[in-house]
Design a protein around this ligand. Structure first.
Ligand code: GRG
Length: 291
């Protein structure tokens, strides 16, 4: 049930983004941008956005611009993450990484263009939410993406390589690198639903916890999955000397921590009753997956 729903949400975002990109003026960067954003990927953040919207009876159509914008930022981060100056990975989503297919300079520029496209999509005239909501979305997405969020987390991740880091330092890095975009995914649905500041704060925290859980699961996949299933090389964290909870406390203790975090998230979602079912299923999928 849950995986079908995730695939169906991914299709909706893909369709929206495909159409949006096809209406752009044709440049040499459009094809690498499409390659990096449309071909493959679970689009799990879209499911988190849509299913958070369900907590507040928001029609998924009202969230499509946000889904597409978040997936553009996510794809941008993957394109840049794979570059030789970062994680130097040649395979992504079961295919050649964008810089292998199109060259490094094109990958840098296609990634950067996806970043700016995200803000174009949110501020789009045809997106029928108020200017006040659009301004809040732009501000929060910028905060989650920059040095306080994904980019800052990535810098920490690279600087932690081959170093012994403390538990809290690893969690902080993962909260930024991966958690912040999930933070925005939950928060943005609350912004569209015009929730009060207390609820928005709760949604930010909830989203960041879901994102941390997602990153922990990603670290488990690096150990237990296969290259075919994961669509990317596995067992690379150890080779690269990445600081993960697994490298610090071992697989079993790291898994127990993730299991406790999942229970905490599910407890928080239980207050929404039936409206929370889809998001609960997404959270369960996140820890149980092997791709
Ligand atoms: C994007 C603002 C910005 C800066 C770039 C390179 C970089 C700085 C950040 C890298 C962040 C990064 C790659 C985090 C890892 C997150 C993660 C677990 C990715 C895998 O996500 P999935 O499994 O991928 O959702 P699919 O292929 O399903 O889309």
């Amino acid at each position: 049930m849950s995986i079908k729903q995730i695939i169906s949400n991914a299709k909706k975002t893909d369709q929206f983004l495909k159409k949006y990109l096809s209406l752009q003026k044709k440049t040499n960067l459009i094809i690498p941008m499409k390659y990096g954003s449309l071909s493959g990927g679970k689009k799990i953040r879209s499911s988190v956005i849509i299913n958070t919207g369900k907590l507040f009876n928001i029609n998924p159509k009202k969230l499509m611009n946000i889904c597409a914008a978040v997936e553009c930022i996510h794809s941008y981060s993957l394109i840049h993450d794979d570059l030789p100056c970062m994680d130097d990975d040649k395979i992504r989503r079961g295919k050649a990484s964008t810089h292998i297919k199109f060259g490094e300079s094109t990958a840098v520029l296609a990634g950067s263009s996806l970043l700016t496209l995200a803000f174009e999509i949110i501020t789009e005239k045809k997106y029928k939410v108020s200017d006040n909501i659009k301004t809040k979305l732009v501000k929060e997405l910028a905060l989650c993406s920059g040095h306080l969020g994904i980019a800052g987390g990535q810098e920490l991740d690279l600087s932690f390589e081959k170093k012994k880091k403390k538990f809290n330092q690893i969690i902080e890095m993962q909260r930024k690198k991966t958690g912040k975009l999930f933070n925005f995914s939950c928060l943005s649905a609350g912004i569209v639903a015009k929730k009060n500041n207390k609820t928005l704060r709760e949604l930010s925290i909830l989203g960041e916890e879901i994102g941390l859980l997602f990153q922990l699961a990603d670290d488990f996949i690096d150990i237990k999955s296969s290259k075919k299933l994961a669509g990317k090389p596995i067992k690379k964290d150890k080779k690269k000397g990445k600081s993960t909870l697994i490298s610090l406390i071992g697989y079993k203790k790291a898994y127990n921590f993730a299991d406790m975090l999942q229970k905490k998230i599910l407890r928080k979602l239980s207050k929404y009753g039936k409206k929370g079912e889809n998001l609960i299923n997404t959270v369960k999928f996140i820890l149980g997956r092997n791709f």
